[in-house]
Design a protein. Structure first.
Length: 202
């Protein structure tokens, strides 16, 4: 596995992880979004990619704030396995995990949980969960000095926040219109919707 032992700066690792989660586990969200706006004009194309950039930025903020040294890799692994599970049930059954679903899951016994795990589930988790985790395990994340890393994190978080804020306010009318047309659209954003639902339960 020596070919997997690549050295990656922590900020590149965060960006790559955010890109991977956005494009691999949010295909249903992107499909629904495309179905709502299409690519019929430049504003619709711009808006589509603005939403993608906002999601990448939001995931990056999460990893930048909570993914400190020695925590970043376990956090990325957790997000990958969580996203692969959420993505499977979203694609196969149209299930999104909100506050009520989390409560129901905590009350589910072993037999009920086993009924939800098919052969397709394990195949999906293997390719979209286990393999990425193995790759992450062997990647060597490089960090600089504490002061330098802190400066990079702060500047990156501020930049990401500005990107999300600017894109949101610049496209506020379109966001409002689409969410009114499809008020469950945000529930398909993996894993951000489930994480915010968990936070609201805490």
């Amino acid at each position: 596995m020596s070919f997997l032992r690549k050295k990656v700066k922590f900020y590149y690792f965060i960006l790559l992880t955010s890109l991977f989660i956005t494009f691999v586990y949010n295909l249903k969200f992107l499909k629904i979004l495309y179905g709502n706006i299409g690519f019929s004009s430049f504003p619709s194309i711009y808006f589509f990619f603005a939403i993608i950039i906002a999601i990448i930025s939001a995931i990056s903020i999460l990893l930048l704030i909570f993914g400190q040294k020695y925590v970043l890799k376990p956090l990325a692994i957790f997000l990958i396995i969580l996203s692969s599970i959420l993505s499977f049930y979203n694609h196969q059954y149209g299930v999104t995990v909100d506050e009520q679903m989390i409560i129901n899951t905590l009350q589910t016994d072993i037999n009920e949980a086993a009924d939800l795990m098919s052969v397709g589930f394990f195949i999906d988790i293997f390719f979209l969960g286990i393999i990425p985790i193995v790759i992450i395990y062997f990647v060597e994340i490089e960090y600089g000095s504490f002061k330098k890393d802190l400066l990079i994190r702060i500047s990156s978080v501020v930049t990401a926040f500005l990107i999300v804020s600017v894109l949101t306010f610049a496209n506020f009318k379109q966001v409002s219109f689409i969410t009114r047309q499809n008020n469950t659209l945000n529930q398909h954003i993996t894993p951000l919707y489930t994480l915010t639902s968990t936070y609201r339960l805490a």
